[in-house]
Design a binder for this molecule. Structure first.
Ligand code: NI
Length: 140
């Protein structure tokens, strides 16, 4: 019996959307207010979905505390209250929430192995969210 488990985590980070390969006017036209040189912050909600067979002995697909430990040490401690533009994970990569979703998925794919990582879903605001389920080359 395969079951999906989704767990939700909260963290805050700032970013400025800016592409070094574009001119200032092009950046402003592309990213609008999100190109403001001083950046801005988001309270992100991260949903991590894993799947696996239910262990008949425990009745669980994995231990939530193991998932919490991986997300805490590998994702939240890395990005919470950070400026994403200054993180090495975003060297040469615009810290959009699309890219942040992919970075987080690839980090967890390597660090959490107790169950199959299905996808991450990242809410940037109440109005938009992004999902990534793998498929691109690893960037971490
Ligand atoms: Ni933003």
């Amino acid at each position: 019996m395969k079951v999906h488990l989704t767990r939700r985590y909260l963290f805050s980070a700032s970013h400025r959307l800016h592409c070094d390969g574009l001119s200032e006017p092009e950046n402003q036209a592309t990213y609008g207010k999100c190109n403001n040189p001083h950046g801005h912050g988001h309270n992100y909600a991260l949903e991590v979905t894993v799947s696996g067979q239910v262990d008949p002995a425990t009745g669980m697909i994995c231990n939530l505390s193991d998932l919490d430990r991986s997300v805490q040490s590998e994702v939240l401690e890395r990005f919470d209250h950070e400026n994403l533009n200054y993180r090495s994970e975003f060297d040469g990569l615009v810290p959009t929430t699309e890219n942040l979703s992919e970075v987080i998925f690839n980090i967890l794919k390597q660090s959490f192995t107790a169950a199959h990582l299905e996808k991450v879903r990242l809410e940037e605001t109440m109005m938009n969210s992004f999902e990534y389920a793998g498929g691109a080359e690893l960037r971490v």
